[in-house]
Design a protein around this ligand. Structure first.
Ligand code: S3P
Length: 452
């Protein structure tokens, strides 16, 4: 066999040898959704907001920098500690330059709603992935409220928010289950006249509603309808962001599907709009115990104890899809590790995440030796051992971490390409995963690798 030098890699590659189980006791970084919101809400509140457990990942740091660019004084303390010196929403100033939000759909969509409501002209930009994501889903309702927002061709970023008259509250029925759309409308509604009402087709994460209440805002929730009155002011508060259940998901899957595993994940956010991954894994036969349940900052938190077992394939109930929407890359790996067939339906939103996650997971797992096929709204996945090989994450943090967990059900080495964006949500993932039993090495960007 001849060895030829591969082109210089422009993003981190994970190299994994087969592993058999995950053990130990870990804590994952802070919840990404809550971290974004803690900064945005602290920035428009009156008084000093203290945040602990903030996710120091690229996505939430872009939101922090955006608020600083609009004149908010924000200080970073020890790890995860942020202090915001809020002077009220009307103190925010137009940023002197474009606001770059990197890979973050949450950052862009929520800020667009907030700035449109405050009538702050700004241009919001992102990386190649974010620049391809659909924005009409927020621009349409915000325009109905009176906002003036121009998108790029095809309804994608950049978003140019132009001066407009004061917005007026609307009653809006979301065509898709999206917490980002709901939140963008509510944040615009905070500074609109009258009442803003959003009806959702399914339950989505309710961190905006809960955290706004923590900042003293009255938010009404009745079933799938949420409403708030415009003109309310936020009062500074103190809050602790729990561990991100979406980051825990990789470890929940890795440990659940491997007999011999025994893993504790401590301090995990257990908001019922986010715990679908636990319900789905339990339906597959997983042994996950929820211990030390408590509440922190208006959000439920618990420690999770996972004992590995052989999982069985299931048809994932569609009502659980929106409650586990970010966990499907990991759940696809659980399905490969399970006995029998798993069917995912009603999950077409996966196609408009940081990547088309149905496509990227299908292609990557097939390259590793899996037997699966995609459908417009999901996939059909047959359980089997993986041979190993190379899976391209296509720059998506969650597909990268999911493919890393596939090394627990593989007989040969796995390379996962394009892993830099793991830093958007889970800095330190490879080190933490290595401490629990994955045999993972990071080849940093710029290093050359050899191909056989
Ligand atoms: C998020 C909502 C979800 C999720 C994303 C974070 C949020 O997106 O996928 O990672 O913080 O509101 P959608 O609203 O597009 O479903």
């Amino acid at each position: 066999m001849t060895q030829s030098a591969a082109p210089e890699s422009t993003s981190t590659t994970y190299r994994l040898e087969p592993a058999t189980e995950l053990t130990g006791s870990i804590k994952v970084p802070g919840d990404k959704s809550m971290s974004h919101r803690s900064i945005m809400f602290g920035a428009i509140a009156e008084g000093v907001t203290e945040v602990a457990g903030f996710l120091e990942g690229e996505d939430s740091l872009h939101t922090l920098a955006a608020c600083q660019a609009m004149g908010v004084r924000i200080e970073r303390g020890g790890p995860g500690e942020v202090t915001l010196f809020g002077e009220g929403a009307r103190s925010l100033k137009p940023p002197g330059k474009d606001i770059y939000l990197g890979n973050s759909g949450t950052g862009m969509r929520l800020l667009a709603g907030l700035l449109a409501g405050l009538n702050i002209p700004a241009t919001l930009t992102g990386d190649a992935s974010l620049s391809a994501r659909p924005m009409r889903r927020i621009v349409d309702p915000l325009s109905q409220m009176g906002a003036s927002i121009v998108t790029g061709k095809g309804g994608t970023p950049p978003l140019v928010i132009r001066p407009a008259a004061t917005l007026a509250g609307i009653e809006y029925t979301c065509p898709m289950a999206s917490a980002q759309v709901k939140s963008a409308i509510l944040l615009a509604g905070l500074h609109a006249s009258g009442t803003t009402v959003v009806h959702e087709p399914a339950i989505t994460r309710d961190h905006t509603e809960r955290m706004l209440r923590g900042f003293g805002v009255e938010v009404e929730v009745a079933g799938l309808t949420v409403s708030l009155k415009g003109g309310q002011r936020l009062v500074a508060t103190t809050l602790t962001v729990p561990g991100d259940i979406s980051s825990s998901a990789f470890f929940l899957v890795g440990a659940s599907m491997t007999p011999g595993s025994s893993l504790n994940i401590n301090g995990v956010g257990m908001n019922p709009s986010r715990t679908g991954v636990i319900d789905i894994l339990k339906l597959m036969g997983a042994d996950i115990q929820v211990l030390n349940e408590r509440t922190s900052g208006g959000e439920p938190v618990a420690d999770l104890k996972v004992t590995g077992r052989r999982l069985q394939g299931i048809h994932v109930p569609e009502h659980l899809v929106s409650l586990a929407i970010d966990e499907f890359p990991a759940l696809f790996v659980a399905a490969v590790g399970a006995t029998g067939q798993t069917v995912v339906t009603g999950a077409e939103e996966l196609r408009v995440k940081e990547t088309d996650r149905i496509q990227v997971m299908t292609d990557g797992l097939r390259a590793l030796g899996a037997d699966l096929s995609d459908r417009p709204d999901g996939a059909v996945i047959n359980g089997c051992r993986l041979a190993g090989g190379t899976a391209d994450s296509c720059g998506d943090h969650r597909t990268a971490m999911a493919f890393a967990m596939a090394s627990l059900i593989a007989d040969g080495p796995i390379s996962v390409l394009d892993c830099d964006n793991v830093n958007t949500s889970f800095p330190g993932f490879a080190r933490l995963a290595g401490s629990t039993g994955l045999h993972i090495v990071e080849s940093p960007a710029g290093s050359t690798s050899s191909r056989v």
